[in-house]
Design a protein around this ligand. Structure first.
Ligand code: HEC
Ligand code: HEC
Length: 291
């Protein structure tokens, strides 16, 4: 769940229809705020616009992308000059307006589902993001080739995680994680798995994806089944255990069913995985995620 979001939406819609009207009546640029030919930002390089964008960013984006757009627990660092999808201003506009389906990146535009940002507000945010871009990577990365060997070898990550179709299914698929989260956030997930649980797949029926909670079911004959929830409705629950065995259980036949925010991933302290090894694994994840 996403605290505080639904309430904001109605406020924003009010604000936006008012500001859109004001813009239509007063704005000297008026129509030119629709994407210029070739999707150029009509407010490119405008310091005032970037300042307004910073304010918008703090309200709508910083909780995932971090203050200063430097990346947070839920979203990538947008100060990287090298983007994954949003290369041109036009592409960035589309992504901010419509979101990225199948990821946590929501629609923010006025197309009926988003938080309702106007075109002008989106261009302002783009001016802001461009003003924050730096050319060099912030954290020197480790050795990706060595990280891959560790991932599939001694560090045991591949017992539970799949990358590009190879590995286990118990934990989330990690092919995209190096592109969608910052190295610092990935390191935190490995050192303190229960800190922030990963989000599972986005379901069409839910606005925001479910978290990877750990679930423990006890059947009528006293058998304990522990794992992660794959699917759940009012009557039944589908659990995958650590051996990737899937159990479909009817809730009213269970003795108990218990969800926990204690991650099903083992905590990797520096005694098990030192900082250099973890840096190498993160470099591997980033190299895969950049593609
Ligand atoms: C709920 C969390 C969340 C919120 C809120 C959010 N984003 Fe994102 N955003 C993401 C994630 C996650 C991705 C990466 C998706 C992927 O690559 O898997 C992303 C990707 C992006 C990208 C593409 C980056 C690239 O490398 O191409 C841009 C640009 C972006 N977001 C801008 C914004 C802006 C601007 C806002 C606010 C108006 C915003 N986001 C709000 C989570 C969020
Ligand atoms: C016994 C199974 C298991 C092993 C071994 C394991 N993980 Fe995990 N991992 C999980 C589960 C389950 C989750 C989801 C719950 C959570 O976020 O802690 C997870 C979550 C993650 C996340 C967060 C993903 C996201 O989208 O936010 C990362 C990153 C991660 N693991 C990396 C690793 C790395 C790197 C290793 C090896 C050093 C590893 N894991 C070993 C089971 C495992």
């Amino acid at each position: 769940m996403f605290p505080g979001r639904p309430g904001r939406r109605s406020m924003r819609l009010l604000f936006n229809s008012a500001s859109a009207l004001a813009l239509a009546l007063l704005s000297p640029f008026g129509i030119s705020l629709r994407a210029g030919a070739g999707g150029q930002n009509p407010l490119a390089g405008d310091a005032e616009a970037a300042k307004a964008g910073e304010y918008e960013f703090r309200i709508n984006c910083a909780l995932c992308h971090g203050l200063g757009a430097r990346g947070g627990g839920r979203g990538p660092d947008l100060t990287r000059a090298q983007k994954k999808f949003a290369h041109s201003d036009g592409e960035m506009f589309q992504i901010i307006s419509n979101g990225i389906p199948g990821t946590a990146m929501p629609a923010n535009g006025t197309n009926g589902q988003g938080v309702g940002m106007t075109d002008e507000e989106i261009w302002q945010i783009i001016s802001y993001i461009r003003s924050r871009e730096v050319k060099a990577p912030a954290i020197p990365l480790g050795n990706a080739a060595r990280g891959k060997t560790l991932f599939y070898g001694d560090a045991n990550c591949s017992l539970c995680h799949m990358i590009n179709g190879k590995g286990g299914r118990f934990g989330p698929e990690l092919s995209g994680v190096g592109g969608s989260r910052t190295p610092a956030a990935i390191i935190d997930s490995v050192r303190h798995p229960s800190h922030h649980l990963a989000w599972g797949l986005t379901e069409g029926t839910k606005e925001f994806p479910q978290e990877y909670e750990t679930v423990t079911a006890v059947t009528a004959d006293g058998k304990e089944i522990k794992g992660v929830t794959l699917n759940e409705d009012s009557f039944s629950v589908q659990i995958m255990d650590q051996n990737e065995q899937i159990h479909l259980l009817e809730k009213n036949k269970l003795r108990s069913l218990h969800n926990s925010r204690q991650s099903a991933m083992p905590q990797y302290g520096t005694d098990v995985l030192n900082d250099k090894d973890l840096n190498d694994i993160v470099a591997y994840l980033v190299s895969v995620g950049a593609k």
